[in-house]
Design a protein. Structure first.
Length: 171
C-alpha cells in the first residue's frame, strides 16, 4: 500500500518537462536528475516533493522521447507512484524497468485534488480517497511486472533471477 499526498498535473506531460534535455549530459546522476525533475513545468516541485510523494496526472503522461532518465528523475526525487488517466507506452515500460510504479486510473484527474491524501493498492488496482469516501479502479499491474517493481527494476530483477538459477545449478 502506498499512502500520501498528491502533486497534480494535467494532460500531456512530456519527458522534456519531467527532466529537461539540458541535464542529460550528466547521464543518470541521481543528484542532477532529482534536483531538476519537473523544474520547467513546476518550479516548486522540489519543495512539494518533500511532503508529497504521489503524482496524479491526466492523459498521455510521459510522451516524447524514450529516455529512461524521465522516470528515474521522478524516482530519485522521491516519487513513490505515478497515477494517470493514460501513459505513453515507452514511459510506462521505462518506469517499470527502473522500478517506479505507475498505474492507469480512469477518472483520477477529475476526482483527486492537488495536495489531497490518497491510498493506492497497486496489486489490487485500487485508489482510495478517504476524505471523499471514494474508491477508483485502476489497471492492476500483472504479476510479472510486480515482480520487477518489487525487485527495484529490471536490472535487479534479472540479477536476482540469474543468481537463483546459478545457485540451483551448482547443487
Amino acid at each position: 500500500m502506498i499512502r500520501g499526498r498528491v502533486i497534480k498535473y494535467g494532460d500531456d506531460v512530456d519527458t522534456d518537462v519531467i527532466i529537461p534535455g539540458r541535464y542529460l549530459k550528466h547521464g543518470a546522476d541521481p543528484g542532477i536528475l532529482r534536483t531538476h525533475a519537473m523544474e520547467d513545468l513546476d518550479p516548486m516541485f522540489g519543495d512539494k516533493v518533500k511532503e508529497r510523494r504521489i503524482i496524479v496526472a491526466g492523459r498521455n503522461f510521459g510522451y516524447g522521447s524514450s529516455r529512461e532518465q524521465a522516470p528515474l528523475a521522478l524516482k530519485y526525487a522521491g516519487i513513490k507512484i505515478v497515477l494517470a488517466e493514460s501513459f505513453s507506452r515507452i514511459f510506462f515500460r521505462n518506469a517499470i524497468n527502473v522500478g517506479l510504479p505507475v498505474m492507469e486510473v480512469p477518472g483520477i484527474s477529475d476526482t483527486v485534488e492537488d495536495g489531497e491524501y490518497i491510498e493506492v493498492d497497486i496489486k489490487a488496482g485500487i485508489v482510495r480517497i478517504p476524505a471523499k469516501n471514494r474508491e477508483l479502479g485502476g489497471t492492476s499491474i500483472p504479476e510479472f511486472l510486480m515482480d520487477i517493481l518489487e525487485a527495484g527494476g529490471l536490472v535487479p530483477y534479472l540479477r536476482r533471477r540469474l543468481h537463483a538459477e546459478n545457485s540451483s545449478n551448482s547443487r
